[in-house]
Write a protein that binds this ligand. Structure first.
Ligand code: SF4
Length: 253
């Protein structure tokens, strides 16, 4: 490959990263609603301590075999259940668990493998595009830098946070719908949007819980602090949570 072609490719990689960074800056939200005060730091710490005692080594419920398959699984999981994604990726990852194999498979076949997942056409396209970029710009490896990750097709801040945390052990907080709800109800980190909640949680995140905090909160939201009817009567942090309308036990209702 000639020098000119290599330089051209690198310039393209750099420009894509800058474009995505600008998009992130422009996406800042309006701040018109007054937020309630966050829980004291020591209360938040006690919440993590209890969640940690109940589940010391929480894991993502998405199946993956390496950094690349985790990245693809998270991209596919937007607005889909982990269970649904795992069902589709079982066969997909058996034939393509790296960027080159995914490109060799091609977009049409990737689409067939993931057609049971919502938005599968766009997601299949993104899986091919991100695989191309990993090969062109990162030697086929998943980068550990936020800007680099967010320069990949289909990868936003939340996906980058999951990869940085699960693959590279960084203390990031990937705020999904569950964490957003738990953080606001408990008042661990009141926020009008995921970025505000993320910043609030990270600000009060004790070092000793940084690695697993996002999994504890996701699992708490998924199995206890349910969206429609939180199961407050069996919640291990009910006495610390600031939510006013706690659900009574079924026999008290
Ligand atoms: S007490 Fe209820 S609202 Fe508060 S965290 Fe537990 S389940 Fe959620």
């Amino acid at each position: 490959m000639g020098v000119k072609k290599v330089l051209g490719r690198r310039a393209h990689c750099a420009m894509q990263t800058i474009r995505n960074t600008k998009r992130g800056i422009m996406a800042k939200s309006a701040k018109s609603v007054t937020l309630p005060r966050a829980l004291p730091r020591k209360t938040t710490k006690e919440i993590y301590a209890r969640l940690a005692a109940a589940d010391p080594e929480p894991q993502t419920e998405l199946n993956y075999t390496n950094a690349y398959t985790l990245l693809v699984a998270v991209v596919l999981s937007a607005q889909a259940t982990d269970k649904g994604v795992n069902k589709a990726t079982k066969d997909l990852f058996a034939v393509a668990d790296n960027p080159q194999a995914m490109l060799d498979l091609g977009e049409d076949k990737v689409r067939d493998y993931v057609k049971t997942i919502g938005l599968y056409r766009t997601k299949a396209k993104n899986v091919i595009l991100l695989s191309e970029r990993l090969l062109a710009c990162f030697d086929g490896r998943v980068p550990n830098d936020r800007k680099d990750l967010e320069s990949l097709a289909g990868v936003g801040r939340k996906t980058a946070n999951v990869v940085m945390n699960v693959v590279f052990g960084m203390p990031t907080m990937a705020v999904d719908t569950h964490i957003f709800r738990v953080a606001n109800r408990t008042r661990m980190a009141p926020g009008r949007n995921p970025l505000e909640v993320e910043k609030g949680l990270v600000k009060n995140l004790p070092d000793e819980y940084a690695q697993h905090a996002h999994h504890w909160l996701i699992l708490h939201g998924r199995y206890t602090c349910l969206a429609r009817k939180p199961r407050c009567w069996l919640c291990s942090i009910a006495d610390l949570c600031a939510y006013k309308d706690k659900t009574p036990a079924p026999d008290e209702a």
